[in-house]
Design a binder for this molecule. Structure first.
Ligand code: GLV
Ligand code: MN
Ligand code: MN
Length: 374
């Protein structure tokens, strides 16, 4: 960021901010996140941060000034792996994750989000995301198979998937795995196993309208010679259609109850949380598509099946996304890759979009920043 002529600092939520001041009030914001999932690849998130810095570098080295301030941002925590809560940094920044809940979010070592934020020591000055934002643009790998299948290098995103998540817990009776006859067991993991299949069936029956995943499953007490007395599963559904999400949720609740009844287990479904399908700003989509045409690309539009910080910022300021292909459609895995010519094409489109927006006087928006002290 420094080499790209940006003034670098970090905010109280751990977001890394590189800014290039200018005369107009509202800023052009570009970036993505720097965290990743366990055994994730090097593109999901980091690519959008690097692309924003590269745009700053090109402007800096070309001696090109912008009318709007330009800010490259690296959100600290988007995946939700550490504290079990996705888009945590952007939602904290915008007050959607209230401060009084920071001490309730705990990582696997027992450390709270609050403690984590207080202990940070990057050795960087404090910085703030500006409140007045003309646009937020996030370049990201598609993480799915469509762009590669279409043999295209870049796309504009029209909307970000909606999602619903919960944890389902089945309660049985822990007992000795050798001495307890099969007909005297209340094995909670069997309820969990059946429920995994039910989630898969709900999503499969949607014929592409939705997807469903159990990504975490814990059996307690978790020993080879103990019949599991309790099992807890994470469940998530995603869809481009909010109606389907509601029905998937109801069907999952129903399946959990039926399985528990049949197997004589207790069951608890924690309240579902999630987000609605989030459209990207139409003016910004037009600007991205125009930049794509200018750079010699077809005007391709895709919907995002992954969640992004852009989905949070879009609630307040015009937001848009630029997708580049994922080789083999693979992401959230070490093999994740985007061909370098596509990275270059996408970054070029990002720069052209920034220049386009800078040349026009659009109405931006105001971010409800949740900084404690300014
Ligand atoms: C983030 O990658 C998500 O979509 O879960
Ligand atoms: Mn991501
Ligand atoms: Mn991800």
């Amino acid at each position: 960021m420094r080499e790209a002529g940006l003034r670098v600092g970090v905010d109280e939520f751990g977001n890394l901010i590189g800014s290039r001041p200018s005369e107009l009030g509202s800023a052009l914001l570009a970036g993505s996140h720097l965290d990743t999932v366990p055994q994730g690849g090097m593109f999901d998130g980091a690519l959008g941060v690097v692309a924003a810095i590269e745009c700053a570098r090109v402007l800096h080295e070309g001696g090109r000034s912008l009318r709007h301030p330009f800010v490259a941002i690296a959100f600290a925590e988007e995946e939700g792996y550490t504290f079990g809560s996705g888009t945590l940094s952007s939602r904290s920044l915008l007050g959607e994750m209230p401060r009084d809940q920071f001490s309730e979010l705990v990582d696997r070592s027992g450390r709270t989000y609050d403690e984590y934020l207080r202990a940070r020591a990057h050795g960087l000055p404090q910085a703030h995301v500006p409140a007045q934002v003309r646009a937020y643009i996030e370049l990201h790998a598609e993480q799915g198979p469509h762009l590669e299948r279409m043999a295209k290098q870049v796309a504009s995103v029209d909307q970000i998937v909606g999602s619903q998540r919960t944890v389902v817990t089945f309660e049985g009776r822990a007992a000795h795995a050798g001495t307890t006859p099969m007909d005297r067991r209340a094995d909670a993991l069997l309820g969990g196993a059946e429920f995994v299949l039910a989630v898969n069936e709900i999503a499969t029956a949607s014929n592409g309208r939705g997807v469903g995943t159990v990504g975490e499953l814990h059996a307690y007490p978790g020993a080879r010679n103990v019949i599991p007395g309790k099992t807890a599963l994470s469940v998530e559904f995603r869809s481009q259609d909010d109606t389907w999400l509601t029905s998937a949720r109801e069907r999952a609740d129903g399946a959990a109850g039926k399985i528990a009844g049949r197997r004589k287990l207790g069951v608890r479904v924690t309240p579902w949380t999630g987000s609605l399908v989030q459209p990207m700003d139409s003016g910004l989509q037009q600007a991205i598509l125009a930049a794509m045409r200018l750079a010699g690309h077809d005007a391709v539009t895709l919907s995002s099946w992954a969640g992004h910080d852009a989905g949070i910022l879009a609630r307040y300021v015009p937001s848009g996304m630029i997708f580049v292909p994922s080789t083999g459609g693979i992401s959230h895995a070490p093999e994740e890759h985007t061909p370098w010519p596509a990275v270059e094409a996408g970054t070029h489109v990002l720069l052209e979009t920034i220049l386009r927006l800078d040349a026009t006087d659009g109405t931006g928006g105001t971010l409800p920043l949740a900084y404690a002290a300014r």
